[in-house]
Design a protein around this ligand. Structure first.
Ligand code: FNR
Length: 377
């Protein structure tokens, strides 16, 4: 009953459910930043499909199993992590809170949750490394056009103690986001989210004038150079050749792409549609997950994100073959509402609810969660 005993009440109460966090964040933020987080591509159908996909599966629990000792641990690339979720890479946190990525980095550190730092973070990766000490962190790369810049980001991530590289390949072009168009809001054009670019020697050497002299040109250069629209499988091979760290490909939903990714050297897959922010009218990631898992036949771990809002969602994703999941918008709403404390509260709620869910459906550990636990309706 511990969760209930430690529950608080009163005016300072932090939200519990995702919808509450979202509402509170909406009240706190200006329409530009809120729209940027909340928004999705086109009609928002992919974002809706992500959440609806979870409702298409129901959990079928088992009873009379000893659930007095419980363990949420997972293992990825030979390392153990205390819970089955990671913080997804989310850029430009400075639009949400003055502590920017330092807040989720600290919250992740306090709970031992791996933090995936975005390539377009407001805070340089070396600063995040300083904050996190020995805590687990991965670096997400938007593949640049320039190979020297790619090499520089990879080397810096290795030197700063990041232990895996996540290459996001669904966003070399920015999706059609009507809220941001209506609000004329693209934070990157004002220098936000440039923490890693403006501290990179290779990137700085590509500029005619330093960012402090010509900010607009520097931002434009980062956006142009930082998104390799021509990215193809040979570029994945190049990244693999340039780093000894495990490389995961994030942003695919087709089993054939998953197979190709493995053939071209990917050490892991993240089934994702960027939280519905890129392609409108696409399938939900939970719908895509089983076929991707089947295609890769356990050769590499398959993680997933997009639409995870509570413990039951995590249990369903694990049952359908995910080795772990990524949480996106929920922790950014936590950041907006209460900084590091908010992010930590969101994560603690996920941990508590996931543990309860796992136990109440008759499983003591993540390894006991398999496909027999869910039914498609
Ligand atoms: C993102 N996402 C993202 N992904 C990535 O690889 N690099 C990035 O910099 C960002 N930035 C970003 C900003 C914002 C505001 C959002 C909401 C999302 C996508 C993110 O990693 C993840 O795939 C989704 O957020 C997962 O979906 P949910 O949990 O938000 O529904």
């Amino acid at each position: 009953m511990g969760y209930y005993e430690s529950a608080d009440s009163g005016a300072t109460l932090l939200p519990v459910s995702f919808t509450e966090w979202e509402e509170r964040a909406k009240k706190k933020l200006a329409s530009g930043p809120f729209g940027y987080i909340y928004g999705a591509a086109g009609a928002g159908d992919t974002m809706k499909a992500n959440e609806e996909a979870f409702r298409q599966y129901r959990i079928r629990p088992r009873v009379c199993r000893d659930i007095s000792k419980r363990d949420l641990e997972i293992s990825l690339f030979g390392k153990k992590y205390p819970v089955p979720f990671l913080f997804a890479p989310i850029g430009v946190n400075s639009i949400v809170h003055s502590d920017a990525e330092v807040a989720p980095a600290k919250a992740a550190t306090s709970l031992g949750i791996p933090y995936i730092l975005s390539n377009v973070s407001s805070t340089p990766m070396e600063k995040i490394a300083e904050v996190m000490g020995d805590s687990p962190r991965w670096f997400q790369l938007y593949p640049p056009i320039n190979q020297e810049l790619t090499k520089s980001f990879l080397k810096r991530a290795e030197n700063a103690g990041f232990s895996a590289i996540v290459v996001t390949i669904d966003s070399t072009l920015l999706g059609w986001r009507e809220t941001d168009l209506r609000n004329a809001f693209l934070p990157f054009l004002t220098g936000q989210g440039m923490g890693n670019y403006f501290t990179d020697p290779v990137f700085l050497s590509m500029l005619d004038a330093p960012p402090e002299k010509n900010l607009e040109a520097a931002c434009k250069k980062a956006l142009d150079e930082g998104n390799n629209v021509g990215f193809s499988w040979k570029d994945l091979e190049f990244i693999k050749k340039e780093t000894d760290l495990p490389v995961l490909l994030k942003g695919l939903t087709h089993p054939d792409d998953a197979l190709l990714a493995v053939e071209h050297g990917a050490d892991g897959i993240i089934v994702s549609n960027h939280g519905g922010r890129q392609l409108d009218g696409a399938i939900g990631t939970l719908e895509a997950l089983p076929s991707v898992c089947e295609a890769v036949e356990h050769k590499v771990p398959v993680l997933m994100d997009s639409g995870i809002r509570r413990g039951a969602d995590i249990i369903k994703a694990l049952a359908l073959g995910a080795s772990g999941v990524l949480i996106g918008r929920p922790y950014i709403y936590g950041l907006a509402v209460a900084g590091e404390t908010g992010v930590k509260a969101v994560a603690e709620n996920f941990i508590a609810e996931t543990e309860l869910q796992m136990a109440i459906c008759g499983r003591k550990s993540i390894s006991e969660i398999d496909q027999s636990l869910v039914l498609k309706i």
